[in-house]
Design a protein around this ligand. Structure first.
Ligand code: ZN
Length: 243
């Protein structure tokens, strides 16, 4: 199966559209959460996600907050202001869709899927080899797919010597997968690795390959809508710079 893996769309509809177009035909789509937060288009994004066939979709921390299960005080000022706006504008049926989902780890094919980390599905960021090593003890499949950090990356555990390394990856290059790995497809709507292009990945569950990909989208258009909605200027600036 050819599987599209997306995460951290953050109400950026233009980026999501670019990714869906660039990915082409897929058999399944796995979304690792954070459909809302930061961006100007919460309804358009949730509606587009709802349309996707053969979808596995998890909640991220921003999604859990907007449905009222985490207090907004847990977020910094700019993120909180946007969540308040999203809570106000999200339609009842889009809210119901979000409420129908969970943030619990799910297993699909050979992969464990989670937003944050296998030991803390909502909040923990896997940013370095230490946090990656600790998390390899919390899932049993050959690989685990995570989002949340907005960094397109891959951690490998060498079980012979119990060593974790950060694997060098290049967008557009197909990687043959070896157990065990933690992979992050990167963020569709707000990349934080200084590359503002939208990030996602294609996972082939038969040939066991992973292809991290990047695609350009109309950033100026999204910045215009962020400003129009009166959302924090910081959210407009960062998507152009990738932080
Ligand atoms: Zn996020």
């Amino acid at each position: 199966m050819r599987i599209l893996v997306i995460s951290d769309i953050h109400a950026n509809y233009t980026a999501l559209e670019a990714v869906l177009k660039d990915a082409g035909e897929v058999d399944e789509t796995w979304c690792l959460g954070d459909m809302v937060g930061y961006g100007p288009d919460p309804n358009a994004v949730v509606e587009e996600i709802r349309e996707i066939k053969n979808l596995t979709c998890l909640l991220g921390n921003h999604d859990v907050a907007v449905i009222g299960k985490i207090p907004f005080e847990a977020f910094n000022g700019d993120a909180r202001r946007t969540l308040e706006y999203h809570e106000r504008v999200l339609t009842a049926s889009n809210m119901d869709f979000l409420r129908s989902l969970t943030s619990n780890l799910k297993v699909r094919e050979d992969a464990s899927l989670v937003h944050g980390s296998p030991r803390d599905s909502v909040w923990e960021y896997i940013l370095n080899t230490l946090s990656a090593r600790l998390n390899f003890d919390h899932f049993t499949t050959p690989w685990c797919l995570v989002g949340h950090s907005h960094l397109q990356c891959m951690f490998h555990l060498d079980e012979q010597n119990d060593r974790v390394s950060l694997k060098p990856i290049r967008a557009g290059e197909r990687i043959q997968l070896q157990p065990r790995l933690i992979m992050n497809p990167g963020s569709v709507g707000q990349p934080r690795d200084r590359d503002p292009r939208s990030a996602y990945a294609i996972y082939d569950s038969e040939s066991k390959t992973w292809e991290p990909r990047r695609v350009e989208y109309n950033i100026a258009e999204v910045q215009r809508r962020i400003r129009e909605a009166g959302l924090p200027e910081k959210h407009a600036v960062r998507i152009a710079e990738g932080w």
